[in-house]
Design a protein around this ligand. Structure first.
Ligand SMILES: [Zn+2]
Length: 313
């Protein structure tokens, strides 16, 4: 659905000038260009999720966007901190919006917005707020390059935000699955059916040893040399395979026990540390929040599986 070209608000010098001089269409999949004085300003559309925002000057913000079409974009939202600005809502974290962007010399400028989703329920509970913050922070760490489109990861992030909002009690499974899919996007999908060192085909059943530093299971010949091996039983391997292959929305229908999700976390966390330069600080905060929560075990949260036995190293 197209939105005709009257630009929103008075966003300050550049975009106000754009608003005055541009005659543009805000339509799906259309790249447009407008005029400011004698100069052509390239414009483009983007469906984007706001990952971060920072204040700039007295009324502006810099936002980090994850757009489906163009990947990570840093942009200025001029005047967006003014209470009357229509860009204000579109620059809140996790907000999904369709944007008309003007290409700038250093940073692009958001010139129009149409908010599609604000995830109000995510913001009403502190733990789900932190889960959403972590999802966005992890995405920012994963997308190291600007302008590298990752439409699959965009769709997964959108699904993860919706699902945490709808099923906060399954947030652990949703977060671990998104981490797994992020590793796959980076090219570090864990090897489960072959030894990650020698390539020997391994049985899908039974117990294996997994090495986070190598990024996969190891055969009997190779695992004694690994200093960071973690024992991985068949149920955990099956859960990891499901997380890699299944759609996030379908995954919730599989009976993956909370204890198994905890064991997947034990494998995934050091793998992520090894593959990304750093894990977001929101992850540490979320972990400490969940430790405090586990001490109190409120009635509306899944309890630890009493039959589970932690894997031996
Ligand atoms: Zn091997």
């Amino acid at each position: 659905m197209g939105v005709s070209g009257k630009l929103f608000g008075r966003h300050g010098g550049t975009s106000r000038s754009i608003g005055r001089y541009l005659n543009c269409e805000f339509a799906d999949n259309q790249v447009v260009a407008g005029w400011r004085g004698r100069h052509t300003i390239p414009l483009y559309n983007a469906n984007a999720i706001v990952l971060h925002r920072f204040d700039l000057g007295e009324t502006d913000r810099i936002v980090t966007l994850f757009s489906r079409e163009h990947g990570r974009i840093s942009a200025v939202a001029k005047g967006s901190r003014r209470p009357t600005s229509r860009l204000s809502g579109a620059t809140e974290p996790f907000t999904v919006a369709r944007l008309l962007m003007a290409t700038g010399k250093s940073l692009d400028v958001i010139s129009q917005c149409e908010v599609r989703e604000t995830f109000p329920a995510l913001r009403s509970d502190f733990e789900t707020l932190m889960c959403a913050t972590y999802l966005c922070d992890l995405t920012a760490c994963t997308l190291s390059e600007e302008r590298a489109a990752q439409p699959v990861l965009y769709d997964e992030l959108l699904s993860a935000l919706y699902l945490v909002q709808l099923h906060p009690e399954r947030a652990d499974l949703i977060l671990r699955t998104y981490e797994m899919k992020s590793l796959a996007v980076l090219g570090y999908e864990p090897s489960l059916d072959r030894c990650a060192l020698c390539g020997l085909k391994l049985s899908s059943q039974g117990t294996d040893y997994y090495s986070p530093s190598v990024g996969g299971v190891l055969c009997k010949k190779d695992w004694p040399q690994s200093s960071d091996r973690i024992r991985l039983n068949g149920e955990v391997k099956h859960a990891i395979a499901l997380m890699l292959r299944a759609e996030l929305s379908d995954l919730l229908s599989y009976p993956i026990r909370p204890a198994i999700v905890s064991q997947v976390k034990r494998v995934l966390t050091p793998t992520l540390y090894g593959r990304l330069d750093r894990l977001p600080r929101s992850r540490e905060f979320l972990d400490s929040l969940q430790k405090n929560w586990e001490k109190s075990i409120p009635a509306n949260r899944p309890q630890a599986d009493p039959e589970s036995v932690p894997p031996e190293d």
